[in-house]
Design a protein around this ligand. Structure first.
Ligand code: GLU
Length: 384
């Protein structure tokens, strides 16, 4: 790499914590920090997304990993996170640089204002040459409000800082075309369309919380944000440089395109789906051909208990997703608007600044394959 790049590196718990004794694996940390120091010396900005808080905190809670419940894990994260960051700090200082802790929750990734605040903090740390280390704030995140796995969290960070490279270090060499334990399984060196591998990865289990399926989904998110993902084994010697210089086998998920804007990336690739709207053929042609916003009379049914300002997915009558956008009205308000059986209420709502449900400025037509993450399990409500 010659020109300065932005690089996000994701490290899984099994690389950082000794599986039996649940203590930091300093030898791995040294190899990692030595590679990062070399990248920083070449002028690249590096962010680390690191797991390990829960694993390193379990001794203090007195529970082995298999017997720990959610509360134990949240308490373990509170014990393990300072241990993890302290270990990183000491090793990083030996290699001549400083680190900072950035703890986030799902809302920090999904809500625009908090997303931008987090981004600005990371950029400010880059300006001061301090390397941010991001993890989920497991102690405060409840199950339904969790990002859940650090593969997706790291992909969000890559999207947020418009990274050029996203490196996922794990316990295998990369993606295989079938279960790696089967005879004849081949490493896939290059992936263009992640969606073609989802079925294979679904059945493949691998150490770590995410597995290969979430790594593929994370790579898809990065691809859509113009970032290339490398998935490879985290060894002690040259864990990162060995992959970047092609010394070791790995899988590369190639960036698909340069996104039009950072806002478009944030809007289209998200962790959770707030809700969906099923729209008429006339609605599809209005937003597609005429470039206008979506109005209530174009909506035939909706899904999810979403609120004003949430991102909704727009589907045509055949179930094909055509666009994503920020809604100006909640699900309940859309039911009133679309049924149009109380003019007085509708007029009052219109006074809030028009009756467009999704304005054209807040709407992105989908050209690429964007995977959907967590869909709400509410029932579909028909308007008519
Ligand atoms: N945030 C968790 C931890 O620090 C890890 C989640 C994951 O590995 O995906 O232990």
């Amino acid at each position: 790499m010659t020109t300065p790049k932005r690089i996000v590196i994701k490290i899984g718990s099994s690389l950082l914590a000794d599986e039996d004794r649940l203590v930091p694996r300093y030898a791995f940390m040294h190899g990692l920090m030595s590679d990062i120091a070399a990248l920083r010396d070449e002028g690249h900005d590096v962010v680390l997304t690191s797991s390990g808080a829960v694993a390193l905190g379990l001794n203090a809670i007195g529970k082995p990993p298999k017997r720990a419940n959610v509360l134990d894990k949240q308490a373990a994260a509170a014990c393990g996170q300072p241990l993890l960051l302290n270990a990183y700090k000491q090793v990083a200082l030996e290699y001549g640089f400083d680190i900072a802790q950035v703890l986030v929750t799902l809302d920090d990734m999904e809500q625009r204002k908090r997303y931008l605040n987090t981004k600005n903090t990371i950029i400010r740390l880059f300006d001061r040459d301090v390397m941010p280390i991001v993890n989920e704030n497991d102690t405060v995140a409840t199950e339904e409000l969790k990002v859940g796995d650090n593969d997706r969290l790291a992909a969000k960070v890559a999207q947020m800082i418009q990274a050029d490279h996203f490196i996922i270090l794990t316990s295998v060499d990369g993606l295989y075309d079938r279960n790696p334990s089967e005879a004849g399984a081949q490493l896939v060196e290059q992936v263009d369309d992640v969606s073609t591998y989802l079925e294979v990865t679904n059945s493949v289990s691998e150490l770590g919380s995410g597995g290969m399926l979430t790594k593929m989904k994370a790579a898809n998110m990065a691809q859509n944000a113009g970032c290339t993902t490398i998935i490879g084994r985290g060894t002690i010697d040259r864990p990162v440089l060995g992959l970047l210089s092609n010394e070791r086998p790995h899988t590369t998920c190639v960036a698909q395109r340069s996104p039009k804007s950072a806002f478009e990336v944030w809007l289209t690739d998200r962790l959770q789906v707030a809700g969906s709207l099923i729209i008429s053929p006339e609605g599809v042609s209005t937003i597609d051909k005429s470039g206008k916003g979506l109005e209530a009379h174009h909506i035939s049914s909706l899904h999810g208990d979403f609120q004003k300002g949430d991102v909704v997915h727009l589907f045509d009558q055949d179930g094909k997703e055509v666009a994503r956008g920020l809604t100006n009205f909640s699900a309940d308000e859309i039911m009133v608007l679309a049924r149009d059986n109380d003019r007085k209420v509708v007029n009052l709502m219109g006074e809030r600044g028009g009756l467009e449900v999704v304005g054209s400025e807040n709407l992105v037509l989908l050209e690429d394959h964007h995977l959907v993450w967590d869909v709400p399990d509410d029932e579909v409500k028909d308007i008519a």
